[in-house]
Design a protein around this ligand. Structure first.
Ligand SMILES: [Fe+2]
Ligand SMILES: [Fe+2]
Length: 382
């Protein structure tokens, strides 16, 4: 999520909220009047079941669900690339070994996270169709090249994982008592710039090399740095999902859609918590200290000077209580950010773009993604 730009002050949020409440009261009145004036007797009985279901969803709810379906299809695409190479049935033994240096369960977690995203995308699209709304299909944009490394299928991709810049400020943000929705910004935990997140070729990282801790040659260090970067990227993606679902839930009208958004959103939070724990192992003994010889990306021990302390200590993985709603209320352990500006649909598209996930995508893709995002961010509770 972006942490730049003007941040709405709590007083503004209060004012906006009273405007929304006022508008809701107005719309209830308008709807009741229109119902009496326009509907002839028997018209409701004549309506088809699907039209009745469709009528229960506002344009805003449909826009939110459509953006979330697109976000899930994007998640599926990136997680499938991770799973092909590093999942429980993954095809690149050296990448798997490097991931297992973070935690022995990493391949299983990667496969399970992938399955969850597939279920999210399929469910959201099926629900949209069941309500007479248009599902989302991004197949026309599966144009990016696959990795050439052993294990990767050679198919078109929606997302790029071969050279990325990972925003790791989620790590310090969740350890801080300051909240981005109150204007705070946070340092990177690790500087991951222009780094692959999956092995890109066998010449670069041989698929059957050993991955000792510590790595003993350049290709092993490269592979470990790639796996460590992936570990931070997993948490980056899922914390983004946690904030996005929390934020969009506040704009939903239908209780059923709200149930969907908070129920899937809770699983994004669950994913984030797991990956937050695992990423810390890249920057703690015995794995800390790896540097990628190609890019210079380095993973210091964040428990030792000049790091350490509350913002960096690796086992402080529970969300630190932070400012919430108003500064004069007690600190509260919450998902953050959760404002439309910092964590809405457009903010999500911008964050994924800055991550390099869409490098090589067509202008048409960006137009489509932005259009879906703008429609979702325009949704209001009625
Ligand atoms: Fe998801
Ligand atoms: Fe997710």
């Amino acid at each position: 999520m972006t942490e730049q730009g003007p941040i709405p002050q709590p007083e503004d949020v209060d004012r906006l909220w009273s405007r929304v409440v006022g508008r809701r009261a107005f719309l209830r009145g308008a709807g009741a009047t229109a119902g009496v004036a326009v509907l002839p007797a028997g018209a409701a009985r004549a309506a088809t079941a699907s039209a009745a279901r469709r009528a229960r969803l506002t344009r805003g709810d449909i826009a939110i669900l459509r953006f979330l379906a697109a976000a899930e299809l994007i998640e599926v695409d990136l997680w499938q690339q991770y799973a092909e190479l590093g999942g429980v049935a993954g095809g690149n033994p050296a990448y798997i070994a490097a991931l297992e240096n973070l935690d022995g369960d990493m391949p299983q977690y990667i496969s399970d996270n992938t399955d969850d995203e597939v279920s999210h995308a399929q469910f959201l699209n099926a629900y949209l169709a069941s309500m007479g709304a248009q599902p989302v299909n991004l197949d026309a944009f599966r144009t990016l090249p696959s990795s050439k490394a052993t294990g990767a299928r050679q198919i078109g991709r929606l997302t790029n994982l071969q050279r990325n810049t990972v925003d790791t400020s989620w790590y310090t943000r969740y350890r801080s008592r300051r909240n981005p929705d109150f204007g705070a910004s946070f340092p990177q935990a690790v500087n991951i710039r222009d780094e692959p997140l999956i092995p890109i070729s066998d010449a670069d990282t041989p698929p059957n090399q050993g991955q000792p801790v510590p790595p003993t040659n350049g290709q092993q260090r490269r592979m470990q740095a790639i796996a460590n970067s992936a570990g931070f990227h997993f948490a980056f993606i899922e914390q983004g999902g946690s904030s996005l679902y929390t934020t969009l839930s506040l704009m939903v009208t239908s209780l059923e859609v709200l149930r969907i958004v908070v129920s899937i959103g809770g699983v994004e939070v669950n994913h984030f918590a797991v990956w937050h724990d695992k990423a810390g192992n890249a920057v703690n003994d015995p794995l800390a200290g790896v540097t990628d010889p190609e890019t210079g990306v380095t993973f210091p021990n964040l428990n030792r000077p000049p790091f350490g302390g509350e913002l960096f200590q690796t086992n402080l993985i529970m969300p630190e209580p932070t400012q919430f709603i108003r500064r004069n209320l007690p600190l509260c352990s919450v998902i953050r950010p959760s404002s439309r500006q910092n964590a809405g649909a457009l903010a999500a598209v911008n964050a994924l773009t800055a991550d390099g996930l869409f490098n090589g995508q067509s202008p048409r893709f960006f137009r489509a993604a932005r259009a879906l995002a703008i429609a979702a961010d325009a949704a209001r509770r009625v």
